[in-house]
Design a binder for this molecule. Structure first.
Ligand SMILES: Nc1nc2c(ncn2[C@@H]2O[C@H](COP(=O)(O)OP(=O)(O)OP(=O)(O)O)[C@@H](O)[C@H]2O)c(=O)[nH]1
Ligand SMILES: [Mg+2]
Ligand SMILES: [Zn+2]
Length: 308
């Protein structure tokens, strides 16, 4: 029978069958989609075929082809990749400037990967209650960078009552499957609970010493709300992009791709070539230094991976 994977815990998978029941399954043998080397063969959001055995156990015997997915390498140099979720309509990337501080390279690497797999991303700046006037100014500048490229951005405080319901977020999530992504502690599970109107999952404090999250959520799970499906996943540390050739990378940076159309050479890598429109835009301030830095960091990764 056909079923939707709603939770993965390493060895076990919970699936929601078309008949409406929830089954605990294991994977049969060496099941994986071709050509994809991943630490998890089956991800939340996958449609699978399940066979019930005579002894009552359930096997996942087949994975349906994926419409899309979000994948990352655990570290920049690791060969194995991990699928965060499959068959999603959009990702909501939660970003906080304080407790924890999300770095821009992380944001840009996530956006580039989503771009590569054609997953729309909404940027949600959370915890604005913790910010000083000056930091709120920084948030606006950062948010403008992404808005100008066509990303939708929102800023709110999930801790302040009314902030979520007064925002456009509930409407943006309606009738869609959304992956919640971001570093540990940015408020993914807090958002999920707020959307559900009750505590469906645990949230965790931020460490006093390093102002970082403590990886409270340890398994990926899809929650089926009245009018939306939300996938809550464990916080992501580094975001190593997967399988991008050096020439491809600029295609996944909207701002750099646009500017790059005016470079003198068609194969310009935007490093030190004469007539490079990207470095000119950078000097004029039309491309943010943080974006260019993220581009270079991905380029460096892909050069390194060539020699692995
Ligand atoms: N001040 C403040 N704290 C918040 C806000 N939103 C969430 N928090 C707190 O941040 C902490 C971490 O929230 P979680 O929802 O557990 O974060 P998470 O992203 O699910 O973290 P992991 O499961 O570890 O990946 C909790 O103590 C929340 O109460 C906010 O808007 N303002
Ligand atoms: Mg969580
Ligand atoms: Zn160039």
């Amino acid at each position: 029978m056909r079923a939707l994977v709603i939770k993965t815990t390493g060895k076990h998978y919970l699936v929601h069958t078309e008949g409406g029941s929830v089954l605990d399954c294991a994977i049969k043998g060496n099941l994986r989609l071709k050509d994809l080397r991943t630490t998890n063969p089956v991800a939340v959001g996958d449609y699978v075929t399940v066979q019930q055995q005579e002894d009552g156990t359930n096997w996942i015997t087949e994975i349906q082809p994926r419409r899309n997915y979000i994948i990352r390498r655990a570290t920049n140099l690791s060969k194995e990749a991990h699928i965060l979720a499959a068959n999603i309509d959009q990702a909501l990337l939660l970003v906080t400037l304080q407790q924890p501080e999300t770095n821009t390279t992380f944001i840009d690497r996530f956006l580039a990967t989503a771009e590569a797999y054609r997953v729309p991303v909404i940027l949600l700046f959370n915890k604005i209650d913790l910010l000083t006037e000056e930091q709120l100014g920084q948030l606006t500048s950062l948010s403008d960078i992404y808005q100008q490229m066509g990303y939708r951005t929102l800023a709110l405080s999930l801790k302040s009552s009314g902030s979520l319901s007064e925002s456009s977020l509930p409407a943006l999530l309606a009738h869609k499957t959304t992956l919640l992504a971001g570093n540990s502690g940015v408020g993914k599970s807090t958002l999920l609970n707020a959307l559900c109107g009750r505590e469906v999952t645990r949230t965790g404090a931020i460490s006093d010493a390093h102002h970082k999250g403590m990886h409270t959520t340890t398994f990926s799970e899809m929650y089926e709300l009245n009018d939306a499906r939300i996938i809550d996943i464990p916080g992501i540390k580094g975001f190593g992009a997967v399988d991008m050739s050096p020439h491809e990378i600029s295609h996944y940076f909207r701002d750099i791709f646009e500017a790059g159309k005016h470079c003198r050479y068609g194969d310009c890598m935007h490093i030190d070539e004469p007539g490079c429109a990207v470095t000119q835009a950078l000097e004029r301030g039309d491309i943010a230094p943080s974006r260019y830095f993220s581009y270079l960091s991905l380029l460096e990764d892909s050069n390194e991976s060539k020699y692995r």
